[in-house]
Ligand binder design. Structure first.
Ligand code: FAD
Length: 303
């Protein structure tokens, strides 16, 4: 069996693998797609000490760093269940195999919910964005829309209003769902307007985004807003469906972890976007992965 088995090969999993391997213990990492969300990222400018890089380049660097150590890398492997065996933890893979380990670090990440309208896919990274912390500065002086009036949408609109020229917040419902304190802050900003009852029907563009179409749900009229960017903020979904019933999850499906990354199951740790850790970012996920691996090591020397 592995001493530490990591499930998920994004920044959190890669950091966990390096930290575990450096303890000289038997380490494995199984992931569907080594690199994770970073593979879909164009530019990265906020990983401290790396002024700027590209997602695929960063993903390759993660893998090279892990390969520098004695780590069993199992790529293209999707986990489907976690079980407590006799003394060991078992991770079942969709391939049919079962991996056994004394401790596990889960770092299966998350995915942004798509709005699924024409233009979204075509203009991804060409005006369509999901992460204001990551891509906000790219729209300095430009007009953007934020789709979604929950907490993340309203937070994004407030954040972006300080960077971009103008923000249009588009909400499907007849009211915003964000906390009142956020809504109050939003209303105080001069360069934000809110459109309620609006169903986004298309993101338009040429080579890059030039507007957004929506249907006014009260009148049925179709309207167009001219702008240069669209931030889709209708939810970040943790990749934890496979853990339902085995590990405690929050109401959003995030793995509940303590300060050491320990989950509700002894010996099972978790890190990164899949967990309740606030703020989903590469540097945070990487730090979190290191922490969970050290948590797992601490667990091993005590049991
Ligand atoms: P992920 O990167 O999501 O990795 C999850 C890993 O788990 C993957 O290897 C995946 O294949 C694997 N996996 C999932 N399910 C299973 C399963 N059942 N079995 C086995 N493996 C599984 N952050 C920044 O800091 N700066 C940026 O500029 C930035 N830009 C971004 C741009 C885009 C378009 C996106 C989508 C995100 C961006 N982010 C950025 C956010 C950042 O990518 C994430 O916070 C970070 O990747 C989270 O790392 P993670 O290791 O927790 O999860």
């Amino acid at each position: 069996p592995f001493d530490v088995l990591i499930v998920g090969g994004g920044p959190a999993g890669a950091a966990a693998a390096v930290y575990a391997a450096r303890k000289g213990i038997r380490t494995g990492i199984a992931s569907e797609r080594f690199g994770g969300q970073v593979l879909d990222t164009l530019g990265i400018e906020n990983f401290i000490s790396v002024k700027e890089t590209e997602g695929p380049k960063f993903a390759l660097a993660l893998e090279e760093h892990v390969r520098n150590y004695d780590v069993d890398i199992m790529n293209l492997q999707r986990a489907k269940a976690l079980k407590r065996g006799t003394g060991l933890i078992e991770v079942e893979l969709e391939s049919g195999a079962t991996l056994k380990a004394k401790s596990v670090v889960i770092s299966t990440g998350a995915r942004w919910r798509n709005i699924n309208v024409p233009g979204e896919k075509e203009f991804k990274n060409k005006g369509v964005a999901y992460c204001p912390h990551c891509d906000g500065p790219l729209f300095k002086g430009k007009r953007v829309a934020v789709i979604g009036g929950g907490n993340s949408g309203v937070e994004a609109a407030i954040d972006l209003a300080g960077i971009v020229k103008h923000v249009t917040l588009v909400e499907f419902d007849s009211k915003l769902r964000a906390d009142e304190v956020l809504q109050r802050k939003l209303r105080s900003l001069p360069n934000v307007n809110v459109i309620l009852n609006a169903q986004t029907t298309a993101i338009t563009g040429d080579h890059t985004v030039n507007g957004l179409d929506y249907q006014d749900r009260a009148t049925g009229d179709t309207r167009h807003v001219e702008l240069e960017g669209v931030f889709v903020q209708i939810g970040l979904v943790p990749n934890t469906e496979w853990l339902k019933g085995s590990v405690d999850l929050s109401k959003y499906g995030e793995i509940v972890v303590d300060a050491k990354g320990q989950t509700s199951v002894p010996g099972v740790f978790a890190a990164g976007d899949a967990t309740t850790v606030p703020f989903k970012q590469i540097i945070i996920a990487a730090g979190d992965g290191a922490k969970a691996a050290l948590g797992a090591f601490d667990h091993l020397i005590r049991s």
